[in-house]
Ligand binder design. Structure first.
Ligand SMILES: [Zn+2]
Length: 142
């Protein structure tokens, strides 16, 4: 099973590279940011993974930390003409965000896959989900 070969960090790394977190061979994303329904190599279901706003959040964090150390001193020194700086910085931010966003999404999908997969595996077999009893209710008869 793929879990024995993958740690959380490896699953995140495979996802960041756009590869299936289970086998590392198939594609994780079908389009730019759309997860594949299942891995083309090992058949692992991937379409149910949802990273929501985590990838854009991480992308903004990284792009901001990459650009701000350059933007502030260059703009304070007034080196660039206004037209160049007003177009150049946003374009650079867009290019960086476009490069980082699918990798950030893959990273989070890899982490989500690992957490969901690890919670299903108990002693090498898939365990049914455990639902805690509601306080005040009797446990269901099985
Ligand atoms: Zn796979």
């Amino acid at each position: 099973m793929a879990l024995e070969r993958s740690t959380r960090l490896q699953a995140a790394g495979k996802g960041a590279l756009g590869k299936c977190p289970a086998c590392g061979q198939g594609r994780l994303l079908r389009r730019y940011l759309q997860p594949a329904e299942k891995c083309t190599s090992c058949g692992e279901p991937l379409g149910h993974l949802r990273s929501d706003d985590a990838a854009p959040w991480l992308t903004i964090l990284i792009v901001g930390h990459l650009l701000v150390p350059f933007v502030i001193p260059i703009e304070a020194a007034d080196i660039l003409p206004p037209a160049v700086s007003s177009i150049g910085w946003p374009m650079l931010a867009l290019v960086l965000a476009g490069f980082i966003l699918p990798r950030a999404k893959g990273l989070f999908l890899g982490l989500l896959w690992f957490d969901q997969h690890a919670s299903r595996v108990v002693d090498g077999a898939c365990a049914p989900p455990t639902i805690p009893p509601i306080p005040g209710e009797l446990p269901a008869e099985t």
